[in-house]
Write a protein that binds this ligand. Structure first.
Ligand SMILES: Cc1cc2nc3c(=O)[nH]c(=O)nc-3n(C[C@H](O)[C@H](O)[C@H](O)COP(=O)(O)O)c2cc1C
Length: 488
């Protein structure tokens, strides 16, 4: 039941909706799960279900620890995570309902509601059902996945790294962790991450071993908070997760350090981060390209592992299907931009087309398409990571990429309705950029061009809009009779 306390409660609800496929066994030495994840999404797109593999072969060993993936695919599933009632498979309706629900968690100052986490006793915490310390600590007891033959090795891809700073409090962030030994992993903080900031501050205080606990397999909202930057530095991700959930996240103290961790996690790794950096990667990253080897990753010495009985490994295949929940990003940016630009109707970041954002506007005046595009590019939280801003009219559904591309093909004039910025700040992992942090950017104004913008004197109606406006009940009629058409 919503709100889900654990990844299991959530997966059980997916299964009840027929959105989970269970597979008895797969051979990851042959990269079977990776190819399966691709095919599932190639063939089923936003209806591709989550999967749970009961047994997985890795390095010749058959592990009976289940591996779960593709948990957040499609807007019906995402709507479910945020507690939308009446879930259907209508992507745009589910997206709109999710946005509306998320807006209710933002206050007038654009800050997220918070409910502080609550500490529970260790004997009530599922993540403590099994406690491994001393010689029993061995990461190779569990099936961490090597996603791609080009990856440097097995990775803990969906960990939530928990650190503490005396002034800033708790930080929870997702950073990839290459498995480097029985008790050792890498941890790669980009230098814009809060994890990096916490690390630098600890080093300035003269610490050379920074305590850390890593939660793997946590409830959807805490996972969202860990893997997207919704919290400012100094804000507690778990308190914001509580606000979204309308119920506190339950936490419990780690066995070997003072960090509190989500009590319903599948696994907790405890240890410390070494301040020396070393070689890490390459790794198939979320832009969909194999990243460069880095020499700036820290390492974690693992001192204890606690886990549920029969724990699940949650793994991500970055760049394939639904890995994490980004809609609150859209919503936070949308709410702020709408204040400056009331004609903004929707803002959509398609999860599988990195660096592209689609803004939908109720255009009145000439130039408004380019104007909103400039605002988005100049607005760092969105513009920082967005290279292509496509602006469409309000009759184009921004979650339907075929309709967006139809507008680009039929309403956009490249010569007069584009704005190219030769170079500005960008995320460091875009493979098309020569200089890290610098990229060209473009606004594609795919709104109907008015005469003052060089468009035709009379813009022809498009067929679909003409139907919607002149026969407003036609789609409702078909929707009502939809299942009947297919009855034999
Ligand atoms: C699957 C996945 C892997 C990620 N890997 C990294 C990583 O290796 N290093 C990093 O700095 N950020 C990574 N990120 C992005 C961070 O999780 C994200 O920026 C988050 O806000 C970090 O938390 P922080 O803002 O508290 O630093 C990853 C995100 C996801 C979803």
């Amino acid at each position: 039941m919503y709100p889900y306390d654990s990844i299991r409660d959530y997966v059980a609800s997916l299964e009840r909706r027929g959105r989970l496929v269970r597979i008895p066994e797969m051979d990851q030495d042959a990269y079977e799960i990776t190819a399966f994840a691709y095919r599932l999404n190639d063939r089923m797109r936003d209806k591709a279900p989550a999967f749970l593999i009961e047994r997985t072969k890795i390095n010749g060993t058959l592990y009976d620890t289940p591996v779960v993936g593709n948990l957040y695919n499609g807007y019906s599933t995402i709507a479910q995570c945020f507690g939308v009632q009446d879930i259907t498979d209508e992507q745009s309706a589910m997206y709109d309902a999710t946005v509306e629900r998320i807006l209710s968690f933002l206050d007038r100052e654009f800050t997220w509601k918070k409910i502080e986490p609550v500490a529970i006793q260790r004997n009530c915490a599922p993540c403590k059902e099994v406690v491994l310390t001393g010689n029993a600590v061995d990461l190779y007891r569990f099936p961490w996945i090597k996603n791609n033959p080009a990856d440097a090795g097995q990775y803990i891809s969906a960990g939530s790294v928990i650190m503490h700073d005396p002034e800033l409090g708790r930080n929870v962030g997702t950073y990839r962790m290459q498995v480097k030994g029985h008790r050792k992993t890498g941890v790669y903080f980009t230098n814009q991450s809060h994890g990096y900031k916490f690390m630098m501050r600890a080093m300035e205080r003269g610490e050379n071993k920074v305590p850390v606990s890593v939660a793997i397999g946590i409830d959807p909202i805490s996972w969202m908070m860990s893997s997207t930057r919704l919290a400012d530095v100094g804000e507690d991700e778990l308190a914001i997760a509580g606000g979204f959930r309308g119920k506190p996240v339950e936490i419990v103290k780690s066995e070997t350090n003072d960090l509190y961790v989500p009590a319903h996690a599948e696994f907790i790794l405890e240890g410390y981060i070494n301040t020396e950096t070393e070689e890490e990667g390459p790794y198939g990253e979320m832009m969909g390209y194999i990243g460069k080897k880095t020499f700036t990753a820290f390492t974690i010495e693992v001192e204890a592992i606690t886990h549920r009985k029969n724990p699940w490994v949650y793994n991500l295949w970055p760049g394939i299907g639904g890995a994490y929940l980004t809609v609150p990003w859209d919503v936070a940016h949308f709410a702020r931009l709408k204040k400056i630009m009331p004609h903004l109707v929707k803002l959509h970041t398609p999860p599988d087309t990195p660096s592209v954002v689609i803004a939908c506007i109720d255009k009145r005046l000439p130039g408004e398409g380019i104007e909103i595009g400039m605002l988005i590019l100049g607005y760092r939280m969105v513009g920082f990571s967005k290279k292509v801003v496509i602006v469409v009219d309000k009759d184009v559904e921004p979650t339907d990429l075929s309709r967006v591309m139809h507008a680009v093909g039929t309403r956009w004039q490249p010569g007069s309705a584009s704005l190219i910025v030769p170079q500005t700040t960008h995320i460091p992992i875009d493979p098309s950029c020569r200089e890290m942090f610098l990229s060209g950017k473009i606004v594609i104004d795919a709104t109907r061009q008015q005469p003052g913008e060089g468009g035709p004197d009379v813009y022809p109606e498009d067929n679909r809009t003409a139907l919607e406006e002149r026969a407003p009940d036609a789609f409702a009629l078909v929707d009502k009779k939809w299942t009947k058409y297919f009855q034999k």
